[in-house]
Design a protein around this ligand. Structure first.
Ligand code: IPM
Ligand code: MG
Length: 357
């Protein structure tokens, strides 16, 4: 029975980069026996335009049915003035929450060909291979109460709540230890336990779970230090596990170590292994529609999809190797090109990956 992939192009550069990833999947269907069925639905601003909601009912229904979801990006300036609950980002947060996609895997892997594209010195980033495991359905992103209200003295006050249940910390810790077991067996838990009670609590639970993974070397780091260490000596890390917001911030920082945020894929998994896959970059409205965006993060997200949700490791390896090969051939989109280097368009990059498969 063929498996179902739901494609959610979204906004901005989303449709352009998704088109290239779909070409790669189609090529694997035709040439390599991949048995999948693709369907498409609207999310984000596109969902609002089509159905008045950033996560239309029909999209959520299709998402629940799918074996895996491939998402482009959401957001655009034309939606910034909508009420908060109608903004594109709400669609993304809602689908993560509705599907229970609590474990967000964000690899920061430096392709050797791109060592010069990083803003950091070659020796600092060469050989870099980090996995950030970000909690994705809890913490301050979802905590209640939240809002803006007027205090008794008439002054307004904004507030959010950073809250974690024991079970939420435990399951993300387990996901991180499992990830570490498949890699270098070193896990660094990032928190702010010197200030926040919820972080002390987080640390206590991570330590408890570590009892089940004696082979994994566990360390702890405060988030401010972790940000510094990521740009000072990033190769000290194997797997990092952290809360929703810290993970959001640290994964953007980690992406620049690899040359460009346009290179990094991600997987968001739930307890039953269903997953949504997306580049970690945003919708880049400033370059949307100009054929400039780097499709590699999305193509690599498709690779993660095949690996984690469809059990197609051989085909995933094939995509990863094809990406390595086009970089080896010297193909560069604008974000990873050095001064004076020829620049490939989004479609040229996608076509080159298909050719290299
Ligand atoms: C990400 C993005 C999202 C987040 C935004 C678009 C809501 O920055 O996936 O990292 O903050 O999670
Ligand atoms: Mg982010």
């Amino acid at each position: 029975m063929s498996r179902k992939i739901l494609v959610l192009p979204g906004d901005g550069v989303g449709p352009e980069i998704i088109a290239e990833a779909v070409k790669v999947i189609d090529a694997l269907k035709i040439g390599h026996g991949l048995d999948v069925e693709l369907d498409e639905a609207a999310i984000g601003g596109a969902g609002y335009d089509a159905a008045g909601q950033p996560l239309p009912e029909a999209t959520l229904a299709k998402a629940r049915e799918a074996d895996a979801i491939l998402l482009g990006a959401v957001g655009g300036p034309q939606y910034d003035t909508l009420p908060r609950e109608l903004r594109p980002e709400r669609g993304l947060l809602a689908i993560r929450k509705e599907l229970g996609l609590f474990a967000n895997l964000r690899p920061a892997l430096l392709y050797p060909e791109l060592a010069e594209a990083s803003t950091l010195k070659r020796e600092v980033v060469e050989g870099l291979d980090i996995m950030i495991v970000r909690e994705l359905t809890g913490g301050i992103y979802f905590g209640e109460p939240r809002g803006v209200h007027t205090c008794e003295d008439g002054e307004r006050e904004g507030f959010n709540t950073l809250v974690y249940r024991e079970s939420e910390v435990e399951r993300i810790a387990r996901a991180a230890f499992e990830t570490a077991m498949k890699r270098g067996k070193r896990l660094c838990s990032v928190d702010k336990a010197n200030v926040l009670e919820v972080s002390e609590f987080w640390r206590e639970i991570v330590v408890r779970v570590s009892g089940d993974y004696p082979e994994v070397e566990l360390s702890h780091m405060y988030v401010d230090n972790a940000a510094m260490q990521l740009v000072r000596a990033p190769k000290q890390f194997d797997v990092m596990v952290t809360t929703n917001m810290f993970g959001d911030i640290l994964s953007d920082a980690a992406s620049m170590l690899t040359g460009s945020i346009g290179m990094l894929p991600s997987a968001s998994l739930n307890a039953s292994g269903q997953g949504m896959y997306e580049p970690i970059h945003g919708s880049a409205p400033d370059i949307a529609g100009r054929g400039m965006a780097n499709p590699l993060a999305t193509i690599l997200s498709a690779s993660m999809l095949l690996r984690h949700s469809l059990g197609e490791a051989v085909l995933a390896d094939r995509i990863d190797a094809a990406v390595g090969s086009v970089l080896g051939q010297g193909l560069r989109t604008a974000d990873i090109a050095r001064e004076g280097e020829a620049v490939a368009s989004t479609a040229e990059m996608g076509a080159a990956v298909v050719a290299a498969l």
